[in-house]
Design a protein around this ligand. Sequence first.
Ligand SMILES: [Zn+2]
Length: 96
Amino acid sequence: MAPAVAPVPCAVKPRLLRAYLRAVQDHHRMQSAQMCSLVRGDGFRFEKEIQEAEQAREDAKYAILVHEQEHGCHLWFDPNAPADLQDGQEWPSGLA
Ligand SMILES: [Zn+2]
């Protein structure tokens, strides 16, 4: 049986999650741009941008993991939280 863990409000994690989601979107956008380039016959453009976006995604992921390790807020992550929060939106009550 898992230990009972009281939810700990975290003001940082929602920001880190939004940054990660933006980084994933940017990475996908650059991959799509490359696919369009290939379809148009322009070759493998955007390699540098894809690599940079991939690095940004990894950096954002590890920022979350490091924060969770240091703050201990990984145990109460709600998998039902909306994944498409935009900048300026508030995290649903009870999650942050
Ligand atoms: Zn935290």
